[in-house]
Design a protein around this ligand. Sequence first.
Ligand code: SAM
Length: 301
Amino acid sequence: MNYRHAYHAGNFADILKHLVLTLSIERLKVKEKPFQFIDTHSGIGGYNLMGDEGTRSPEWRDGIDRLWTAEPPEDVAAILTPYLDVVRRMNPDGDLRSYPGSPLLASMLMREQDSLRLTELHPEDAETLRDNFRRDKRVKVEMRDGYEAMRAYLPPPERRGLVLVDPPFEHRDELAHMAKAAMKGIGRWPTGTFIFWRPLKDMENTEKFDDGLAEWLLDDKDFTADQLLMVDMWVREIVEPGPLCGAGVVIVNPPYGLMESLMTALPWLTEELAQGEGAGWRLNMPELAIEEDDEITIDED
Ligand SMILES: C[S@@+](CC[C@H](N)C(=O)[O-])C[C@H]1O[C@@H](n2cnc3c(N)ncnc32)[C@H](O)[C@@H]1O
């Protein structure tokens, strides 16, 4: 286990994933009833961008740093505000130094009555994660395999909530592994919201994951097409093999209004985060009238 998220915290991929997470949590908060957030691959919780990793690998400079000073149009700003407000609360003097991981982001958005279950397999990171939430009674941290934990935790006692599955993709068979876990998890809790992160790298297997899940949900599980949403963003043309330049999430049971919000925010977000020619985004629901994608041409002068 060599992957450490501290080298990547706040990059473009984190932004899309954390925006989807924020919008999903905000939707759950519309009702007073408590809900649970399950983070199967948690990382350490939050990140010091000025630390060794953030300095040696400043991916956040082309991510959250760009949004920090940007001025989005009003409709986009309204969608980004809950997410950016958390980052602002972490950096109250106006200098960007800290960035929330998914556990901290969720915990700062969630209420007294809600609960969080966090798993992390890396022993040192799990210890840091535990330390970071020691005083928060809503949070339970366990050092264990996230896929196996997901099965054990589902369905949550609240019967409301969401699951984030965000593995490091260190192994070639991670997508296959995630697909199996997805089926088991959704099988145990078909009404829950699930967010599966995946890089846009190995496109053949990415499509296999997306199509396989769609087929299983629609054909075997009688899900309807609007219960599955794929959203991707790439910051320049995807070249394989090469460094990560695109990523996205597959959302099962997407919250009401999520697709519309993403459709509003993505064109601006992609333009803001583009790192070269061929940047683009796509939103996709299987077998639906809605299939949006857009490629943005950037002048590099
Ligand atoms: C991409 S990072 C998570 C980032 C975090 N979700 C966020 O958005 O801030 C993936 C994490 O999963 C951990 N990990 C790897 N394999 C795992 C497993 N089988 N179960 C739980 N955690 C695992 C890694 O140590 C790493 O910290």
